[in-house]
Ligand binder design. Structure first.
Ligand SMILES: Cc1cc2nc3c(=O)[nH]c(=O)nc-3n(C[C@H](O)[C@H](O)[C@H](O)COP(=O)(O)OP(=O)(O)OC[C@H]3O[C@@H](n4cnc5c(N)ncnc54)[C@H](O)[C@@H]3O)c2cc1C
Ligand SMILES: Cc1cc2nc3c(=O)[nH]c(=O)nc-3n(C[C@H](O)[C@H](O)[C@H](O)COP(=O)(O)O)c2cc1C
Ligand code: SF4
Length: 640
């Protein structure tokens, strides 16, 4: 696509009085990079500032405005005292030095969603709701005077932002946090002026908008509204339109349309199963109902962003993780380099996954995230001849980084294509972003001093490595085949071969319910096969991040995959598979049996090449996820 194909996304625009260089807004994403007191660190400022050119406006993750009634969780940003101002000022200055603009997201707190329940201090909410996870804990409805205090705290926080030079303010109204608890009748059963009618339920939010405007005169104010909670009894888009109208009347400058709730957390952090543009269903409805600008987001592709803005369906493209993965998202579109945008593979592994365990944000495909100051690809002091064995994610990333640092790289791959296990792993349509990653490396390596030798199997004594100054070995894994009678039968196919086009019958039993088996089962069931997964453990894909797992299991159920957990495969025979479970042995009929028992590192070659001074990276050290392989490949090449 020529650069002009994205002319609507890239068009300069004003938001209130704020001039923005394009219509891309990086939506708020918490970083866990703040200091112990919840204030911005230089590391965090560097992470945000790196994205200044990749979007017209960059929003920070949430910041609490008060701890009057709720403990502020460690790791959460906070703007509740003047101590936040120096960090905010550094942030604003970093953006302005780069010609960018930055917005700070403010929250009234989590209420019934709070992580750590303090027995001395009941969670706050609009009404006496139960805690979202622990129904034995009842929340305390906020008193009217307490609501007024929180509104006042928003004004004070906005004043601090304005004083520091911040350009805009976003109000966190979604995900079932405190403001959302007031907006929705599912959580708001008040009988005072903050409950009942739509106008009353919106009063708290409307007062916050007014307070922010008063505290930061002239700064545009946006609001993130979950327009579809995606759970029984939660809010629907039609109800949300009424709320949006109230917010507009309160003086809002931009509505950020969003979906999900803690009850449907996969919409808050949409994994690859949800597919492209997964929250765009009702954006047009809001655009038509309002006269203020509207933003749509959620696995948004550049093409959909462009067509939606061009068609008047929305005004701003909300881009989240794609800007973590590639900080130059909009810049590359502007330069006509769409295919150079490093794809976010929507794995949630090191962004959400890290946040969930209180670790700073990272990224599966971009190892510089959170290390923007340290991991600068400067030329190596001594350029070397580098040999890389294996062209999977670890080898390809190592090749890219080594070449960018000025080394001359030869990549040896025994297969006939790049990508390693990623190639078969990416055959399901819902995993197409993994394929995009392979194309991305292909494109990056094409312009670098990298020679790829396909169909070249390296052995311990291969002469190809003789002239190398450094060897990186990234040869991946080999499948595990447990000693089960019949597993070598003609009706058995290894999961990678199954992905790569082996003949597959209608009825299938997938032996092993790890991620590879579980995803394969979903792909096949969706293609019309009748699939049963047999897993010895009590759950499917136990190592998968909780959010992704919620979606996987829902998709399994919707597609009709049969899951047989707590069962062990004891025999493969001509009629299928015999399994043993709590109720004794059972025979499951199958035309094809797929072996997905997992993998083990290809240690023999690794050890032999280590004897020649090689550094091993990726699955050949310890089988893990693609993000681990990429990050390890980066580190090895960066250390050369
Ligand atoms: C079916 C399946 C689905 C998966 N799905 C996901 C997923 O959704 N998300 C995720 O994060 N991870 C997933 N994984 C895991 C992920 O693919 C791996 O963690 C990742 O590919 C490891 O990268 P690597 O570069 O270390 O090894 P590999 O990808 O295994 O690449 C190793 C390469 O080395 C080559 N090689 C081996 N020996 C030699 C030799 N002697 N000479 C030359 N070349 C050699 C191989 O041909 C291969 O190309 C999946 C794995 C499988 C099997
Ligand atoms: C690591 C991470 C942290 C997030 N933190 C916030 C947050 O602080 N405030 C918020 O409104 N949304 C937050 N979100 C949701 C995102 O703003 C966005 O809605 C979501 O990532 C979907 O957009 P995307 O597909 O473009 O990433 C977060 C998402 C991620 C991945
Ligand atoms: S960790 Fe995965 S989901 Fe998160 S930004 Fe990186 S590629 Fe995207």
């Amino acid at each position: 696509m020529p650069a002009t194909a994205f002319s609507h996304v890239l068009e300069p625009v004003t938001l209130g009085s704020l001039q923005l260089r394009n219509r891309v807004i990086m939506v708020p994403m918490g970083t866990e990079m703040g200091d112990h007191d919840g204030h911005l660190t230089d590391r965090e400022v560097a992470y945000y500032a790196e994205r200044a050119a990749g979007a017209g406006l960059v929003c920070t993750g949430i910041n609490a405005v008060t701890d009057d009634y709720e403990v502020i969780n460690e790791g959460l940003g906070r703007v509740d005292t003047d101590a936040a101002i120096p960090g905010l000022r550094k942030l604003a200055e970093a953006f302005h030095a780069r010609g960018g603009a930055v917005s700070v997201q403010l929250t009234a707190g989590l209420g019934r969603n709070i992580n750590n329940i303090d027995p001395e201090r009941l969670p706050i909410s609009a009404s006496d709701n139960t805690h979202w996870l622990d129904p034995s804990v009842r929340c305390r409805p906020l008193e009217t005077h307490e609501i007024k205090v929180i509104v006042q705290r928003f004004k004070e926080a906005a004043e601090r932002c304005a004083q520091a030079g911040i350009d805009a303010i976003d109000i966190h109204g979604h995900t079932g946090y405190v403001i959302d608890q007031f907006l929705s009748p599912v959580w708001n059963r008040r009988t005072d002026e903050y409950g009942g009618s739509v106008e009353n339920r919106c009063r708290f939010a409307a007062e916050i908008i007014a307070a922010v405007k008063e505290g930061a005169p002239g700064l545009p104010v946006s609001f993130r509204l979950s327009v579809d909670h995606h759970f029984e009894g939660g809010r629907t888009p039609a109800e949300s339109v009424e709320i949006a109208r109230q917010l507009e009347a309160a003086g809002l400058d931009l509505l950020m349309v969003d979906e999900g709730s803690y009850e449907a957390m996969d919409y808050v952090f949409p994994p690859y199963y949800l597919g492209d543009n997964c929250m765009m269903g009702s954006v047009r409805m809001f655009k038509e109902a309002l006269s203020i600008p509207v933003l749509g987001c959620g696995n948004l592709t550049p093409e959909r962003a462009e067509s939606a803005i061009a068609a008047g369906e929305m005004d701003f493209a909300g881009i989240g993780r794609a800007l973590i993965a590639d900080p130059e998202w909009a810049l590359k579109l502007a330069e006509g380099r769409r295919e150079d945008i490093r794809p976010c593979i929507r794995c949630n592994q090191l962004c959400v996954g890290n946040a969930f365990v209180g670790q700073p944000l990272g990224c599966a495909v971009n190892p510089t995230v959170g290390k923007e100051r340290e991991r600068v690809l400067t030329p190596a002091a001594t350029p070397k001849r580098v040999a890389i064995v294996g062209a999977g994610p670890a080898g390809l990333e190592a090749a890219r980084v080594a070449a960018l640092r000025g080394h001359t790289v030869d990549v040896y791959e025994k297969g006939e294509q790049l990508g390693g296990v990623l190639w078969p792993a990416a055959t399901p349509e819902f995993k197409k972003e993994l394929r995009s990653m392979i194309f991305w490396w292909e494109r990056q390596l094409a312009d670098l001093p990298v020679t790829v030798h396909l169909g070249t199997e390296i052995a311990a004594d291969s002469p190809e490595l003789d002239g190398a100054d450094a060897i990186i070995v990234a040869v991946g894994t080999e499948p595990v085949a447990p000693p089960i009678p019949g597993l070598d039968g003609d009706n058995v196919v290894e999961v990678i071969d199954a992905h790569l086009g082996a003949d597959l019958g209608h009825r299938m039993v997938v032996c092993g319910g790890g991620l590879s088996g579980a995803d394969f089962a979903l792909e096949m069931q969706e293609k019309g096969h009748d699939v049963t997964v047999v897993e010895m453990a009590d759950g499917i894909a136990p190592d998968l991040l909780m959010i992704n797992r919620i979606t996987l299991l829902r998709d399994h159920a919707e597609a009709g995959v049969t899951l047989l957990t707590g069962h062990r495969v004891v025999e493969v025979n001509a009629a299928g598979v015999k399994v043993d479970g709590p109720d004794g042995p059972v025979q499951i009929a199958a035309d094809t049996v797929v072996s997905a028992f997992g993998v083990r590192p290809a240690t023999a070659l690794v050890e032999a090449l280590q004897a020649r001074g090689a550094v091993a990276v990726g699955d050949c050290v310890k089988p893990a996820k693609v993000g681990d392989a990429i990050n390890a490949g980066f580190e090895a090449a960066f250390a050369l």
